[in-house]
Structures are given as C-alpha cells and as structure tokens.
Design a protein around this ligand. Structure first.
Ligand SMILES: C[S@@+](CC[C@H](N)C(=O)[O-])C[C@H]1O[C@@H](n2cnc3c(N)ncnc32)[C@H](O)[C@@H]1O
Length: 288
C-alpha cells in the first residue's frame, strides 16, 4: 500500500462509476446502489456517508468495497456482496449458503409476537432456519427458547453466527435434520414455525438471475411447491402442545391450498395474515 488513503467521497464516486453501465442496462439507480454498498461496508448509515465524504477509508475497507461492487457486477444480490441483511430491525450476516431474509417473512414473526406476547418460557421449533432470522427475531421479541433446524450444515453455521451477532446464542439450539427426522421425540413445542422452500420447479424460468444465486435447496419444492407444507403439517402434530400453533409463510397464491392442507391434517381455527402487498402471506392454526 502506498500514497494517501482515498476519501469516502472518492470511493463512492469510484464505486458509482464501476456500476454505471451495468446498472443502466438493468434500469437500476447506480448512485443508490453505490451508496448502499459503501454505507453497509463502512458500517455507517447513508446520511453519515454523505456527511462524512472527506474522511479517509482504510485500505481493508476499500478493498472490501471494490470486491462487493465486482460481485454485484456478476449478478449477485446486494446482500451477498456486503454480507449483510436486515430483518425486524436486526442485522444478519448472510452469504451464498442461506436465503436472504425477506420483509414478507416479518409477517410470520409479527403473528407469533401477537399470539404469544406476555407469555413466559415459550419453546418454539423453527424448521428450515436458514440464516436464523426467524429464530433470532423470536428470541429478541419474546420470552422463549428456539430449536432451529436445517438440512444444510452450512446454513446452520450462518445461523449460529447470527445468534451470536444478536446476543441470543444461549436461547437457540441448532440441529441438522431433514425436517423432523433427528428431532428428539420427547420434545413439545408451543409453536412450530416454518418458511419452507415453496417455489414450484416450473417457475424457475420466471425467477430473477439474482434470486437463482440463492441456494436452490432453500427455494424449490416438489408438488407445485406444496410438498413441505404437507409434510410439516402432518408431522408437527406429534410435537405440538394441544393448544400449540403451526405458523407458515406461504407463497403467492398458495394460501387456499395451505389452509386446506391444515384442515385435512386436523388443525383448528385456521387464519391468515396479509403482507404489505395485500397477499395472504402467513397461514396459522391451532393444533386442536
Ligand atoms: C425458504 S428458506 C427459509 C430460510 C429462513 N427461515 C428465512 O425465513 O429466511 C428454507 C430453508 O429450509 C431448508 N431446508 C430445505 N429442505 C429442508 C429439509 N428437508 N429439512 C430441513 N430444512 C430444509 C433450506 O436449507 C433453507 O434454509
């Protein structure tokens, strides 16, 4: 390394220039993307970046920014470029081994908070924990412990990291398991929550290039995307308290099918909650 360090303003301009042609082709705002990358890597909010353009950027951070921009130019989601995502106001580490937490999934956590607010010593099962966003958020907002399960050991490593990052590592246990296969039979939960893979394989051609960079094991499901709902609804009964809840996130247009699956599996009081786009996004019911 030689010479003076670049300033935040200079780095921001450099990132924007690198991004310009690519973003213009994709009809994206290159200045906005540059600002997001720079602010996330410098751990500053966007206003701080703008107000501190004269400050120097360390060589390590500069290299991280250039790397992140290059990854973005190779069609990677922004969150994989900066290794950061936000969920329920909390920060998460993310990489190619996990699904990027979506705002839509916050509906599922909000439903759980509504149902269980004020109750003590709850015990939840999060199936397909991925980044751990649901498990971590539950521990932050409710008095609970969570058993977080995923079939992917690499996803579990990320989830463990996120539990630590958010200071809830003592409240979450992690098990690698194919659905319920390795979950001890004697456990009993107040709720089983899952945002399972639910995209039908036929939809693969409609998906954005960047979504396809996410683990396919986190995205796709057989039987028109409904397979996991059937499997989980069926087996969850063995692990739920009598008044326990099953809480699912469902895909666009899957709500009616999932309600039917829950009804056929014997659940009671089946309800749904819409997301900000007015789509029925969360279906929940009592074991009954
Ligand atoms: C749609 S992602 C959800 C991730 C995270 N819970 C979220 O809401 O962002 C589904 C997760 O299920 C996991 N998964 C896929 N098949 C599984 C199986 N048979 N058993 C357990 N987990 C599975 C994937 O590895 C992935 O992490």
């Amino acid at each position: 390394m030689s010479g003076r360090l670049k300033t935040i303003g200079e780095v921001l301009n450099e990132a924007a220039l690198m991004l310009r042609d690519y973003c213009e082709k994709k009809k994206e705002d290159y200045k906005k993307i540059a600002l997001m990358i720079v602010s996330q890597i410098l751990d500053m909010d966007k206003t701080e970046v703008i107000l501190n353009k004269g400050l120097p950027v360390g060589q390590g951070k500069y290299e991280k920014i250039v790397n992140a921009v290059s990854k973005y130019l190779h069609d990677n989601p922004l969150q994989y470029c900066t290794n950061k995502a936000f969920f329920m106001g909390l920060e998460f580490y993310v990489d190619e081994n996990v699904l990027i937490p979506r705002f839509d999934t916050e509906v599922l956590v909000e439903v759980a908070i509504e149902i269980f607010k004020g109750k003590k010593n709850l015990y939840f099962l999060d199936i397909g924990t991925g980044s751990g966003c649901i498990a971590v958020a539950l521990c932050k907002f409710l008095d609970c412990r969570v058993l977080a399960v995923d079939i992917s050991e690499r996803a579990l490593d990320v989830a463990r990291k996120n539990a630590k990052l958010n200071g809830v590592e003592n409240k979450i246990s992690f098990i690698r398991s194919n659905l319920f296969e390795d979950i001890p039979k004697n456990l009993e939960f107040d709720a089983i929550l899952s945002n399972p893979p639910y995209i039908s394989k036929n939809e693969i051609f409609e998906l954005d290039q960047r979504v396809l960079k996410e683990p396919h094991i986190a995205l796709f499901s057989k039987e028109d995307g409904l397979w996991f709902f059937k499997e989980i609804a069926n087996k969850a009964k063995l692990y739920l308290k009598d008044d326990g809840y099953i809480i699912f996130e469902v895909g666009f247009s899957q709500a009616e099918e999932v309600k039917r699956i829950l009804e056929q599996s014997g659940y009671k009081n089946i309800k749904s909650r819409k997301d900000l786009n007015n789509i029925e996004r969360c279906i929940f019911a009592i074991n009954g």
